[in-house]
Design a protein around this ligand. Structure first.
Ligand code: ATP
Ligand code: MG
Length: 300
């Protein structure tokens, strides 16, 4: 698999405070990479390092297999479009005027900015001033500005922040479409639900360190879902399985994160104690649950 971004031991320290450490990013080409982590976990700092807006304290960055260094920086950055924190548009100008500035600044032909505006479906709002745009429209304009150079890699820092569900859905669809067209998209969020199924690869940051990196399925496979036991005597069954941290869950007994061996032991024990076991099932585990485990219960 070829990678759009790889880093080795990437880190950033401010004074004596390490905010990003030992980061080995692996962002496959052509995917939507969801970069997740609670507030303050280092997402923006990492993205800024990738964009040479913040100088790394340690480590190295490769874009398309090539090291980011003095001699390559300009060219490599030319393949990257980015939207970090707030959209960079001028409030008092219209969408069209903002796009014209981008076109001049990057010396692009008209076709590119027109395509970028169509991609984000903003063509009907170009003559409005940005100050009269909704938050969703501003984000889309920001993305159009980042897309104008037709980058191989698009880096978006919390593009769904503050959007309503329809706006979030719109951005999700846009990201999936871009990846489908071959653009690699790295998108951050502190809310798992906002990236949801759009991201095929996830990187989860906690206090500046990578807690998990891989596909959604790999993430789900890492943790063991709870076991639920259906029995007509849940009270007694719970008491009998207290050493496996059992607790009552409605008419059933819940055994958190119990593996196969544990499950076999619990069932054998209950049967031995003459408790009727009517059913044993695994709870469906959501990504949110896995994240809770990874982030030590703080969630994202
Ligand atoms: N210039 C700076 N000087 C000192 N500390 C900084 C600086 N920039 C960021 N930090 C600290 O680094 C940590 C990580 O910040 P960062 O903005 O990268 O997190 P984040 O994951 O993007 O958070 P959020 O979800 O709130 O956007 C925070 O504790 C922040 O206060
Ligand atoms: Mg941030």
């Amino acid at each position: 698999m070829s990678h759009m971004i790889t880093t080795h031991d990437l880190g950033k320290t401010y004074g004596d405070r390490t905010v990003v450490a030992n980061l080995d990013l692996r962002v496959p080409e052509g995917c939507v990479y969801g970069f997740l982590g609670p507030n303050g976990s280092g997402k923006t700092t990492t993205m800024k390092m990738l964009l040479s807006l913040v100088r790394p304290t340690t480590g190295e960055i490769r874009i398309m297999g090539r090291p980011m260094e003095r001699s390559t920086r300009r060219e490599l950055l030319g393949h990257i479009g980015a939207l970090i924190e707030t959209p960079p548009s001028y409030e008092h100008l219209t969408g069209r005027e903002n796009m014209r500035l981008v076109k001049r600044l990057l010396d692009l032909d008209e076709g590119r900015t027109t395509r970028a505006v169509r991609t984000v479906r903003l063509q009907d709002h170009l003559d409005k001033r940005v100050r009269d745009y909704s938050l969703g429209m501003r984000q889309r304009l920001g993305i159009a500005m980042a897309l104008a150079r037709e980058p191989r890699l698009l880096i978006l820092d919390e593009p769904t922040n503050g959007l309503d569900p329809a706006g979030i859905e719109e951005i999700r669809r846009l990201l999936a479409q871009l990846a489908g067209d071959g653009t690699t998209v790295m998108v951050s969020s502190h809310l798992l639900g906002e990236i949801d199924r759009t991201a095929t690869v996830l990187g989860i940051l906690g206090e500046g360190r990578m807690l998990f990196q891989g596909t959604r399925d790999q993430l789900l496979a890492r943790s063991t879902p709870d076991v639920l036991i259906d029995t007509p005597e849940p009270e007694r069954a719970t008491a009998l399985t207290a050493r496996w941290s059992a607790y009552r869950d409605g008419p059933a007994v819940r055994l958190p994160g119990l593996d196969r061996t544990g499950t076999a032991r619990v069932v054998a024990h209950l049967v031995h104690e003459r408790v009727d076991v009517h059913g044993v099932r695994r709870d469906a585990q959501s990504l949110e649950d896995v994240f809770m485990d990874l982030t030590g219960g703080r969630g994202l």
